[in-house]
Design a protein around this ligand. Structure first.
Ligand SMILES: *[C@@H]1O[C@H](CO)[C@@H](O)[C@H](O)[C@H]1NC(C)=O
Ligand SMILES: *[C@@H]1O[C@H](CO)[C@@H](O)[C@H](O)[C@H]1NC(C)=O
Length: 534
């Protein structure tokens, strides 16, 4: 059985690599918190400047972005001069996937008995979280890598402390430990600058480390604190420098991005903009969705005697508990917040239940890989690539009822982007003076606005422009075509591989379709009108 698992793992990693580079699009943050802003920095192109990077208190740091993607972006943009956004997207996904696979291998060596490595490797290699989520450019994906390294360092420090009595090699072990102390302090600070909730993942493991190791090694602790503080100052300095070099109109004395982020997130009125969830969402909805049939393993792990391995020195287990408790306090709870826990959860499973269970597990992950890893909103990426290939100036692109188009993929140095706004939390509107003043390389994201706003946007724009391009999810086709009497709407490009999970309407079966279409829209020509009338 074990050798079968081993070959299944190889298959899992190979197919996972393929899934990782599919053009699916799971959440706007995978573009707007990383790739969008980096492409503008490295590629000299224009796009969207996300709110986290622009208002009076920028809430995201450039430090982790430059560390994790800077070298790759430098090679792609400055050395190879890549113009194709798909190559850039695939390279990022490939890098994330491979880094994770390598990191996991090292991590498993630190934490698992050799006989359980194979089954845990099997779970990680075949889980859709590895191929379809971790490979995407979320800050959470970086968080996974940092968390695994920090826990592995903790483990090394703790075991060096318990093996202390053997005098031989004591000196070199000490030297080694000083390096690990420095390394782990740097990692933790970068982890916090990456996501300010990072401490939630390491709180209980850190208390354990303190009570078993640092309490006996105060010099090391001092080194840890000093390194951490120095890293913190460097990060603040770097962010201040980068933000001031942006041509956004504010100038800053200093920027502590995670602090700004915390302030922002503590205001429930802000979180409302991103969606409020019940406090049990992580435990009762997100974890089951991550694990699928793997939930059964949680059950037998807790029920069986295996539970006694989950003792107070089990760092992965402590990390899971501490993150779940603290993250559940926040009212904004998305699945991707938990992806750093996925490998840790697998590690606490000591065995795989039965041959019968494996096909069910595989089936669940294949389905999720197809839905989330291949089809989800993937028409958007294909659509932009299609339009971008022409590599010339274009007119006006209106996006309606899709995720935010990742505007960096237009790779256009003259791009302008406008979007809708809410007034009084209820009415969605757009600035008509602004949108009628631009007529080239212009992207208008109408998000999920209603048909009326779409109609008035089109009719306003057509007073100044001959035609425009309208990109709409096929689930909205029936609604869109109610505008056919007023405009000339002709199909221009169509892709089937676009899954829109947001606009199902059980009263209208036509909303249950795959696909994304771009249309040419213009005013109905007078002559045609006359012809029809006569
Ligand atoms: C687009 O930008 C480039 C470089 O910034 C500039 O040379 C060019 O004139 C611009 N084109 C238009 C149509 O504005
Ligand atoms: C769309 O706008 C046109 C022009 O303003 C108007 O005549 C028409 O009634 C509108 N249609 C709908 C369905 O709102």
């Amino acid at each position: 059985m074990l050798s079968k698992l081993k070959s299944l793992s190889y298959w899992g990693y190979a197919l996972g690599l393929l899934i990782a580079i599919q053009p699916s699009y799971i959440h706007p943050d995978e573009h707007f918190q990383t790739l969008e802003i980096l492409a503008q920095k490295f590629g000299g192109i224009k796009g969207t400047i996300p709110w986290e990077f622009q208002n009076e208190c920028p809430a995201r740091s450039f430090v982790p972005l430059y560390l994790f993607y800077g070298p790759l972006y430098f090679i792609l943009f400055k050395i190879l001069h890549i113009q194709n956004p798909n190559i850039i997207l695939s390279s990022v996904r490939l890098q994330n996937y491979l880094l994770y696979v390598i990191m996991v291998k090292w991590f498993l060596k630190q934490f698992c008995e050799p006989k359980t490595i194979k089954s845990i490797n099997f779970l990680i290699s075949t889980s859709y979280i590895t191929s379809a989520v971790q490979s995407h450019s979320f800050s959470n994906s970086i968080e996974t890598l940092i968390l695994l390294s920090v826990l592995a360092c903790y483990k090394i420090l703790m075991s060096s402390s318990s093996a202390k009595n053997s005098d031989a090699g004591q000196n070199s072990a000490n030297k080694n430990n000083y390096l690990i102390n420095i390394f782990v302090a740097i990692l933790i600070v970068i982890g916090i600058f990456n996501r300010m909730t990072f401490p939630a993942f390491i709180l209980l493991p850190s208390l354990t480390l303190f009570s078993t190791y640092y309490i006996h090694h105060l010099k090391s602790f001092l080194l840890f604190i000093i390194t951490g503080f120095a890293t913190f100052l460097l990060c603040v300095q770097f962010d201040t420098w980068i933000f001031n070099s942006n041509q956004y109109d504010t100038s800053y004395n200093y920027i502590i991005a995670p602090w700004n982020n915390l302030k922002y997130n503590l205001q429930v009125s802000n979180l409302k903009l991103h969606g409020l969830h019940p406090r049990y969402t992580h435990i009762l909805i997100n974890i089951p969705q991550i694990l699928g049939p793997g939930l059964f393993l949680v059950y037998i792990t807790i029920k069986g005697q295996k539970f006694n391995t989950l003792n107070k020195y089990n760092l992965p287990f402590l990390s899971i508990i501490s993150a779940l408790i603290i993250l559940s306090i926040f009212p904004h709870q998305e699945l991707r917040f938990l992806i750093p826990l996925t490998p840790l959860i697998f590690i606490t499973f000591n065995n795989i239940p039965s041959k019968k269970w494996i096909p069910i597990w595989l089936l669940y992950n294949i389905i999720m890989n197809i839905l989330m890893g291949c089809f989800h909103q993937s028409g958007i990426i294909k659509m932009i690539s299609h339009h971008q290939q022409k590599n010339t100036d274009f007119g006006i692109h209106i996006w309606w009822k899709t995720y935010m188009p990742p505007t960096w993929m237009y790779m256009n140095p003259n791009l302008t982007v406008s979007t809708t706004e809410f007034i009084n939390d209820t009415t969605e509107t757009i600035d008509f003076d602004e949108i009628t003043s631009i007529n080239q390389n212009y992207v208008i994201d109408l998000k999920g606005c209603d048909l009326n706003l779409l109609n008035s946007t089109i009719s306003q724009l057509l007073t100044k422009n001959e035609n425009l391009t309208l990109i709409v999810s096929d689930s909205m086709k029936t609604k869109l075509f109610t505008l056919k009497p007023y405009y000339d709407i002709t199909e221009d490009f169509h892709t089937y591989t676009h899954l829109d999970l947001d606009h199902f309407d059980f009263n209208d079966m036509s909303t249950f379709v795959l696909g994304l279409t771009s249309y040419n829209v213009s005013n109905i020509k007078e002559e045609e009108n006359k012809n029809e009338e006569s």
